[in-house]
Write a protein that binds this ligand. Structure first.
Ligand SMILES: [Cu+2]
Length: 152
């Protein structure tokens, strides 16, 4: 019985998992008019050593994984091909550091909507696992993130 309750609670926090991979707390911010890109946040944990190799979403023309570094006070962002996922360690993708960007948005993101994402993880033996997640779109006003003011 306790197990059943735990499962229901996991659904409430919008957690998604496949056999070896758990994704939680996926969210985005509503976009301003004319904004064509948006950052997605989530936490991902793989039981086995893996790398995050691809993300697709029907709402975006492209999805990129970005790394952000500070170089003499200048913030630099670049697209990376994959993101290492150490075994059993939660990796947070947020608005700073490593993050995920939706590019060429087909429609504005509105608060209260959710954005479907399919995240592909590849293990050391080249086997792949896909996780389907829906990221909750939060109001723009609540955003205090530096990154969302950046232009990509
Ligand atoms: Cu970026």
């Amino acid at each position: 019985m306790r197990y059943a309750i735990a499962i229901v609670m996991l659904f409430c926090v919008a957690q998604a998992w496949a056999e070896n991979v758990v994704v939680s707390d996926a969210s985005a911010r509503a976009t301003a008019p004319g904004q064509e890109s948006a950052a997605i946040r989530f936490s991902i944990t793989s039981k086995k050593e893996a790398r995050l190799v691809a993300i697709v979403s029907p709402v975006a023309g492209a999805v990129e994984i970005h790394s952000m570094t500070h170089d003499n006070g200048v913030m630099k962002m670049r697209a990376i091909e994959f993101l290492p996922l150490p075994a059993g360690k939660m990796v947070k993708l947020g608005a700073s550091g490593n993050h995920v960007m939706l590019l060429n948005l087909k429609n504005p993101l509105k608060a209260g909507e959710s954005v479907p994402l399919t995240i592909t993880v590849e293990f050391a033996d080249k086997r792949k696992e896909k996780v389907n997640v829906s990221a909750e779109v939060k109001p723009l006003a609540a955003s205090r993130d530096e990154h969302e003011r950046h232009i990509h």
